[in-house]
Design a protein around this ligand. Structure first.
Ligand code: CDP
Ligand code: MG
Length: 819
């Protein structure tokens, strides 16, 4: 027994039957085996510190960096055939394959079905195919599958298209915000849950259709909305329901209404067409059987919407109760044994501990890929760089380690890299957010490193402040994470915290609807004709205070009228934009301030994760590079400068090249030049590219259904053009732009205090300007900010200098009220 572990009391060990301890005779970190947590044996070891025996102290001569590339997809026909064979075999061996007929039958028998199944059992990829093959898409109807995350929707759609042997966008497609790969022939459609909340009729000037509480048609801007029944869909699968994103929760409420609306239409049809049947329905008299038959005929004409809720968590009770005791089935997974390792002491720097563990595994353990759970893009990219650097210090034969990041905002073609196997002899280390917990299954993982944290939203309805904070995972998440190591064989999970900490974790994560600002959701619900937000049938009700605060915010932004209806035109325009209400307001106002061109760029740049990167070890260089773009007025204009500088670079290059025949070639070269420029300027090229995609003009010709386009898929610029907002530039008169920011972000204003900190005016909180802001230490009097982040301190990020007096001038309804 290791001395430091404190587990030297034989009696304690004996008291727990399942405990079994063994010592390490060398004294190099003992091992203690304890049963529990659903795993048969849980060894606990101390993680030796890198200072003693890790690769950081291994002094190696620097050699040429080996070119490490992940294997590519099949290159020739023979490859493709063998790939198809492999896919077929993989599919047949999935746990869900053995219950295919039963599942299809369950869907036939029940309008609402809850399917609980282990991650990797094949729910997301296989069930839609089973249903398609079983005839669930008659007359061009579509099976829609919602995902909480963009990455999952894209990667799974690609996988399923490959499994079906079809081109993506035909039979199988996906639709996510800013990206739509569907066509009129799409029958299996993956999408984000937020997106299904925003379906609209192509060509109509109004924006939303869907549901009214009663199932009756609702009216927006005087136009009858065309489809309260989601009638293009035969089946909607709400996947990853255990994640309880705010969109999933709201969607479940809305889908419940759609089902009711469809049922009502069946009954209405029966009433109109068959008096006997209507009697039967209302009186339940002796003609019941006859009526039931008639109802069935009607249902064939108006089939019910099949709703399937899929979850990786074992607790299906809540969903079942919500749907009136709906049927729940369990699909067994194939989980191999996973050894869980804890640290003996709490780690002060979990990123550092994760890095050390990566190299320990790489150098000491057998083959198998490593999956590391981190909290966000910045952290992932930081670790990616550190891994590359550490690798250079290793002997050449030990350098066969490849990094593959995955997080929600990563462009989809790059996301696919995590699924590609590493070349022979190499090991892959996947750096992921909690997306890899259940949303995507990455093959080849044998080792999981779990620092035990997630980045989560938190909302204080009293202060009306939303912030992103890093918090410990729940027990359910920790178990999901460790489970990722046992997908294909026995695995190991390294939890970078002591075992005693595990016991203190919450059982499950608090639903997002209870910890976020509800303005966006309320705006959508209002646009869908749901007026009584407090009375809405939520799966779990958000607090009244949170609802009221968000209603107040929408009212202050001018989206709601005095009687809490969507205002015309501002409220309707805001509901139409796939953005946070404050960004939408900024765009709408920008057309009046003659700076829509600039605001479009700013909003696109703010919609992606950090544009600048600041590696710890090159911090000074990065700061100097940033100065070239820095605007003394703040971060918004700085971001615009970066965007424009990148545009000018490409423009200049286009002029140099003239018109070249090979367009593809130019694109490739441009990408390379842009990447180099980004590297030199410490710009995150992924984020910049993503921002450009969002900003780019959308061409509707690529869109999907003849009647329905997905609102979210078009880029912001396309939206504002369609709304008829004049796009003009304020040129060098950036004052207009800043005034516009003050007029729209007035709820996020902060004023300097005598002691140097700032006070957020709406909430009264004491905050500081984030060190990454160009206004950090600038001593400006008054700023607006984009977000409040709470780490060790409360920071405001992305700030711009404004004149305090603009607030009373441009938002008198608020600042006059405040006094
Ligand atoms: O939804 P569930 O977690 O039950 O499983 P799934 O996402 O349908 O994945 C089933 C299997 O397909 C996994 O075991 C993965 O190995 C494989 N898969 C893959 O290789 N690439 C993807 N993009 C998605 C799934
Ligand atoms: Mg799944």
């Amino acid at each position: 027994i290791h001395e430091e572990s404190g587990r030297n009391d034989g009696e304690v060990a004996m008291q727990t039957l399942a405990k079994c301890c063994s010592c390490d005779p060398d004294g190099h970190g003992g091992t203690c085996y304890i049963a529990g947590h659903g795993f048969s044996i849980v060894p606990t070891v101390e993680m030796p510190s890198m200072e003693q025996n890790g690769p950081r102290n291994t002094t190696q001569t620097r050699k040429q960096k080996p070119v490490l590339k992940l294997c590519n997809q099949p290159r020739c026909a023979a490859d493709a055939i063998s790939r198809r064979e492999i896919l077929k075999k993989q599919r047949e061996s999935l746990p869900i394959a053995s219950v295919k007929e039963r599942l299809v039958q369950e869907v036939k028998n029940h309008d609402v079905l809850i399917i609980v199944g282990e991650t990797g059992s094949g729910k997301t990829t296989q069930l839609p195919q089973f249903l398609f093959n079983a005839g669930f898409c008659p007359n061009g109807k579509v099976i829609g599958i919602t995902q909480p995350r963009r990455v999952a929707a894209v990667t799974v759609a690609k996988r399923v298209a490959e499994e079906c042997g079809v081109e993506l966008g035909l039979k199988v497609g996906y639709s996510i915000r800013f990206d739509d790969k569907t066509s009129s022939s799409t029958r299996i459609k993956y999408m984000t849950d937020g997106l299904l909340l925003r379906v609209r009729v192509k060509g109509a000037s109004c924006c939303v259709l869907l549901i009214a509480d009663t199932g009756s048609f609702c009216h927006v801007k005087g136009e009858a909305l065309l489809d309260p029944y989601l009638s293009r869909y035969s089946v909607i699968i709400v996947d990853e329901a255990h994640e309880r994103t705010v969109h999933t929760d709201v969607l479940l409420g809305l889908l419940k209404n759609v089902q009711r609306a469809r049922l009502k239409s069946v009954i209405d049809h029966a009433v109109v067409n068959n008096k006997k049947a209507s009697n039967g329905i209302t009186k339940e008299n002796e003609k019941g059987a006859e009526c039931t038959n008639f109802l069935k005929q009607c249902q064939r004409k108006f089939p019910p919407l099949k709703l399937i809720i899929m979850s990786a968590s074992l607790d299906a009770r809540l969903f079942s109760e919500y749907f009136g005791g709906a049927r729940a089935v369990h699909v067994e997974g194939r989980q191999h044994h996973v050894d869980i390792f804890y640290t003996l002491h709490a780690e002060t720097d979990y990123v550092d501990a994760a890095l050390i563990t990566v190299f320990q595994i790489h150098l000491e353990e057998g083959p198998g890929d490593i999956l590391v759970f981190l909290t966000g893009q910045e952290e992932i990219e930081g670790v990616e760089r550190l891994v590359q650097e550490q690798l250079q210090k290793l002997p050449e034969e030990s350098r066969k380690l490849l990094t593959a990041p995955i997080f929600s905002s990563l462009p989809s073609e790059q996301q696919m890299r995590v699924f590609m196997p590493a070349p022979a002899g190499h090991r892959k280390v996947i750096l992921a957010t909690n997306i890899a917990e259940t949303s995507v299954t990455i093959p080849g993982v044998k080792y999981v490193i779990d620092p035990g944290f997630i980045k989560a939203r938190s909302y204080d309805p009293v202060k009306g402040m939303e912030s992103l904070i890093i918090i410990p995972t729940s027990k359910a998440q920790a178990l999901q994470r460790s489970g990722r190591a046992g997908r294909e064989g026995p695995g190991k999970c390294f939890r970078l915290y002591p075992e005693s900490e595990f016991e203190k974790l919450e059982d499950s994560t608090k639903p997002e609807i209870k910890r976020c600002n509800l303005s966006n959701v309320i705006l959508q619900l209002k646009a869908l004709g749901v007026d009584d937000i407090i009375g809405f049938d939520f799966l779990e009700k958000p607090s009244r205070a949170a609802i009221q605060k968000s209603l107040e915010e929408l009212f202050l932004l001018g989206a709601l009228t005095d009687d809490c209806k969507l205002s015309d035109p501002v409220g309707h325009q805001m509901a139409r934009l796939p953005l946070d209400p404050i960004y939408s307001k900024a765009l709408i106002l920008a057309s009046q301030f003659n700076c829509l061109e600039e605001m479009l760029i700013a909003v696109s740049m703010l919609s992606v994760e950090s544009i600048f990167y600041n590696p710890r070890e090159k911090s000074e260089e990065a700061k100097t590079a940033k100065k070239c773009f820095a605007s003394p007025d703040g971060d918004h204009l700085t971001l615009i400068n970066v965007y424009r500088a990148a545009g000018e670079l490409l423009q200049k290059r286009r002029m140099e090249l003239g018109i070249e025949k090979n367009e593809k070639n130019i694109k490739g070269k441009n990408e390379k030049i842009l990447r180099k420029w980004c590297r030199e300027n410490f710009i995150n090229s992924r984020s910049l590219r993503h921002a450009c995609d969002i900003h780019r003009l959308f061409t509707p010709s690529t869109s999907s259904f003849p009647l329905e386009v997905i609102f979210h898929c078009s880029q912001i610029r396309g939206h504002v053009e369609q709304m008829g907002l004049p796009i003009s530039s304020c040129g060098d008169d950036t004052l207009q732009f800043r005034r516009c920011l003050a007029a729209s972000f007035f709820l996020n204003a902060a004023l300097k205090q005598p002691e140097g900190t700032y006070r957020a005016l709406a909430s009264g909180q004491v905050v500081q300007i984030h060190p990454t802001s160009v206004l950090h230490q600038s001593k400006v009097e008054c700023v607006i900010f984009d977000e409040l982040v709470q780490t060790s301190q409360k920071y405001i990020r992305n700030t711009t200098r404004i004149d305090y007096l603009w607030l009373t001038e441009l938002a008198p309804h608020y600042y006059a009220m405040q006094g």
